[in-house]
Design a protein around this ligand. Structure first.
Ligand code: BGC
Length: 338
C-alpha cells in the first residue's frame, strides 16, 4: 500500500493510493473528486472506470458533478426551501423550481483541504460557513477515501454543525465498467430493493412509494440496464432513463447493488449504511469531451443517499443534523473480475 502526492498544493492537489494488486485510486481537492479508478479487466489490462478529464483542471469547467462529493444535501429539494425548527430556509433554484445537489455552488465546487492518512487513505476537509447556500450552521465536513488490498474504494463521511441543520452527502462518480464510455445499456445491474420513491414531473418525491417487483424498475434479479429502459412509462419518460431513488433492503453484509460488464469482466459491488441509492444512467450526458466523450447513457451513477426531499416529507426518515451531533456515513465500491 502506498499514498503519493502527485501535486500537493492548491485546489487541484492530487493524490494517488496504490494497493498491492496494483489497483490505483486518484483523488483531487477540487470538489473532493475521484480523478481516476485504475483497475484490471479480465485480460489483465488496466482500465479507468470513472468519467473525467485527462488532468484535474478539467473539473474546473462545466460538467455534471463528475465524481464529486455532493453536499450539503444530495439530490433534489422541492421548491428549493425547507422549514427547520419553525424557520423557513430558502435555497437557490438550480434545477427548475428546485434545488439540486447543494445549490448554486455546492461541495462539488469547493476547494477541500487534502491530506494523506497513513499509507492507504486521503482525508479531505471542508468548512462550510453558517448561511452558505442558505443552509444554517457552520458545518465542518471530512471525507476520507481509502483503498484496500481487496480492491475496495471506501468513502467515509463525517460532519458536525454548531446549529441544527440538514445534511445528506453522497459521491457522484460516473462509472463505465468497460472503461470505454460507449454505453452502459449492456451492463448488468442488481439492486436489493422492492420500491422506489415515486416522483412528480420535476423528479421530486412527496412521500409515496412505487412497488417495483416485476416492473421495468426492478433490478432485484440482475438484468441489463438496457433491457427495459425504453419502456413507455411516466417516470422513465420524464427522467429519460433510470434516475430513481431505490429504497434499499440493506443487511449491511451483502452488497446493496452490483454492476457487471461482460466485456471487461469487471464487477462493482456497492456496500453502504445509507437507506437509499439513486440509480442514474447518465440521461443528461450529451457529448461532453474529457478522457472520453460522454454521450447519452455512456455512464451510470450509484449514489448512496438519505431520502431525497426528506426535509419536506415528514414521513421520510429525517436528514436533520442536530447541533453538535456527528453525521457519519460509509459507502464502498468493490471491484472484482469474473
Ligand atoms: C440526478 C439527476 C441529475 C444528475 C446531474 C443525478 O444525481 O439524479 O437527475 O440530472 O445527478 O448530473
Amino acid at each position: 500500500m502506498s499514498v503519493k502526492a502527485i501535486n500537493e498544493t492548491g485546489k487541484l492537489a492530487l493524490y494517488e493510493i496504490e494497493n498491492k494488486a496494483g489497483m490505483r485510486l486518484q483523488v483531487t481537492a477540487y470538489g473532493a473528486r475521484i480523478h481516476k479508478i485504475l483497475t484490471k479487466d479480465k485480460n489483465g489490462n488496466t482500465i479507468d472506470v470513472v468519467a473525467g478529464f485527462e488532468t484535474p483542471e478539467g473539473f474546473l469547467g462545466d460538467n455534471p458533478y463528475f465524481n464529486a462529493v455532493i453536499g450539503r444535501v444530495a439530490n433534489r429539494i422541492g421548491n428549493a426551501e425547507f422549514t427547520l425548527n419553525g424557520k423557513k430556509y430558502t435555497l437557490f433554484k438550480n434545477d427548475g423550481n428546485n434545488s439540486l445537489h447543494g445549490g448554486k455552488e455546492g461541495f462539488d465546487r469547493k476547494i477541500w483541504q487534502a491530506e494523506p492518512m497513513g499509507d492507504d487513505a486521503v482525508k479531505m476537509t471542508y468548512f462550510s460557513p453558517d448561511g452558505e447556500e442558505g443552509y444554517p450552521g457552520n458545518l465542518t465536513t471530512t471525507v476520507t477515501y481509502k483503498l484496500t488490498d481487496e480492491n475496495e474504494v471506501s468513502i467515509a463521511y463525517e460532519a458536525i454543525s454548531d446549529q441544527d441543520t440538514i445534511c445528506s452527502l453522497t459521491n457522484h462518480a460516473y462509472f463505465n465498467l468497460n472503461g470505454d464510455f460507449s454505453t452502459v445499456l449492456d451492463h448488468e445491474v442488481f439492486i436489493d430493493s422492492d420500491k422506489i420513491t415515486t416522483i412528480d414531473g420535476s423528479l421530486i418525491p412527496h412521500g409515496d412509494f412505487t412497488p417495483i417487483k416485476g416492473t421495468a424498475y426492478d433490478f432485484s434479479v440482475p438484468k441489463k440496464i438496457g433491457k427495459d429502459i425504453k419502456t413507455n412509462d411516466f417516470m422513465l419518460n420524464i427522467a429519460r432513463g433510470y434516475d430513481f431513488n431505490y429504497v434499499l433492503n440493506n443487511d449491511f453484509i451483502h452488497p446493496v447493488a452490483t454492476a457487471y460488464s461482460s466485456g471487461s469482466g469487471v464487477k462493482m459491488s456497492v456496500f453502504t449504511d445509507r437507506p437509499c441509492m439513486q440509480l442514474y444512467t447518465g440521461n443528461f450526458l450529451d457529448g461532453l469531451k474529457g478522457k472520453k466523450t460522454y454521450g447519452y447513457q455512456s455512464a451510470f451513477c450509484m449514489e448512496t443517499q438519505g431520502y431525497p426531499n426528506a426535509c419536506n416529507v415528514p414521513s421520510f426518515p429525517s436528514i436533520e443534523l442536530k447541533k453538535g451531533e456527528r453525521y457519519s456515513a460509509r459507502t464502498s465500491y468493490k471491484f472484482t473480475v469474473e
